[in-house]
Every structure is written in C-alpha cells, then in structure tokens.
Ligand binder design. Sequence first.
Ligand code: PAF
Length: 315
Amino acid sequence: MMNKMTLSDTQIQIFENIFSFRNWRRKIGSENKLVGFVPTMGCLHEGHLSLIKQANQYCQIIVISIFVNPAQFAPSEDLDKYPRTLSDDLDKLSSLKCVDAVFLPKVEEIYPAGIPLEIEEQQGTFVEVKGKSHQMEGKTRPGFFRGVATVCTKLFNIVQPDNVFFGQKDAQQCVIIRNMIRDLHFPIEMHVGDIVREKDGLAMSSRNKYLTPEMRKVAITLHQSLIETKKAFENNNIKDRKNLLDPAFELIERVTKENEAQKLGFSIKLDYLSLADPDTLEEIDKIKEKGAILSGALYVGSTRLIDNILFNCKL
Ligand code: PAF
C-alpha cells in the first residue's frame, strides 16, 4: 500500500511494505539520482534532522526509515515503552521540505522467521560484525550490534541507497556499520554527522524523553565528565589512560553521592567509561597518533544515556 501525504508545499511518499517501496525505488533508479538514506527508530529530534539536512547536501533523493527494531533490544530492555511518535515525526519530516520517501515497514515483514527477543530462540538470518561488537556498548548489550547490523543489512537491501547517514553519538555503531559496508561489499558511501546537543550539552536522544525534570538536571554529568578528560588532553597534553580518566570518574562519583544525599528517589550509576582505539575499539593505555574514542554510558534512574568525544580521529 502506498499513501501520499500532501502537506502545504511538500509531498512525502509513505510506504508501509517492501513491495510498494521497491516499485517506487525502481523508478528512481532509472532517473540517475543519488539516493541518501537515514535509518531511524522514530521519535525524531534535531540530531536526526541534522543528518537529513546533511543527506540533502549530497543526494537528490532522500529516504528515511522509521522502524523500532526488536532485534536490538534485550528482553530486559525498553522495546515496549520505546517512544513511538509517528504523526509528530511526519510533521517534522515534512517541515524539512526535502524528504522524498518514508519507509515504515512492519516487524513481520522485516523478520519473516519471527523475532523473539531471546537470542537462543531466534530463527533465520542474522549479521554479526565480529571483533567490534563485544566491547564498550556490546559488553552491557551483548546482542545489540547483531540486531543493528542485521536490520541495517535488510534496510540497505530494500532501500538500495548510494549514501547512508549515521550520527556520531552512536560511535561504535558507526564503526560497525562502516566495517559491515566494507565486508559485505555494499556499494554505499557512509557519512557520520556530528552529535547534536541541548543548550547545556546533553546529547540529543529519543530516550531523553524518559527523564523527569530532576533526572534531566543530572543527566548532563556524563557529558561533563567527558569534557574533564578532553580538558586534560587538550590543555595539559595528558595522554595516559589513568590521568585522563581519573577526573571523569571523580566527577561522576561526586555527583552520584550528591544525588544520593538529596534522596530524589532515583540513582545515578556509571555503566562504563572507555578510552578505545578508533579502529579496533579495544581499550588503550595511551592516546597515540591514531587518536581515540572516549565514550561512556550512565544510568540515570533506569534510563541509559550514552555519549562520546573523539580525540584526533574520525569515525
Ligand atoms: O541508531 C538507530 O536509531 C538504530 O540503531 C538504527 C540504525 C536505526 C537501526 O535500528
């Protein structure tokens, strides 16, 4: 089924199944235009919109997918409560006036063999980028990148983009998708967009919606701790792991204690801070010529926030 949504002076084609999308895509193929693709899980914010604007600078046709991908959620995670805001999302996309098509596939079509959240129960075909998926985010979320790589493979096969756009906020995801594009010989160029932040520095994320006003105040702690490390690196030329990360750990510990003392009814818990090689994603003891990815994850209540800063490297 294909709908046309006419909104003032923009027209976005909305596709809810693979067959109708492919019919449209075939026609675009014969027009010799570059197709740019931004995959999303919806609940769009300025971070997504900036990727779309970036795509619009490179490509003549812009495709967005909105699909909350069950394969990247563990059974204990927030698949059911993940914010779904389709009508708002479509308004935001239409206001950009550059989006040609939105692909909104159904779970049953993307996963014809079904998709139970327990990995042991899953059937069918999955894609895994070995060597890059077990560390950093992958330690706490073991099946996460398998789910991401699998859905991106499926979406790339359906959308057939020339260029894809991912946000630096998910730094490990960027490294994994870049490797996957190389390994599976997708004829796709990948672009990474800068992290878009709120005024106080909090990285934009769909999950920020879960934060109460009190949580929102302390959510900035992760970014502030990364900034401490950045200062140590840039101002004091510190390059070894301990001296770089200590001020960040200290800041998080202090805020965690202050938060406990205030008895606000939620806790802050650091999941990890990582200083990793930008290619292998393995932890490093010292920043060398290649640079490093400094990243971390912090629980504020049950909401898990991630953020990163790149030192002398690109994703
Ligand atoms: O970054 C995201 O929003 C998701 O991981 C992605 C790339 C859309 C795959 O579901």
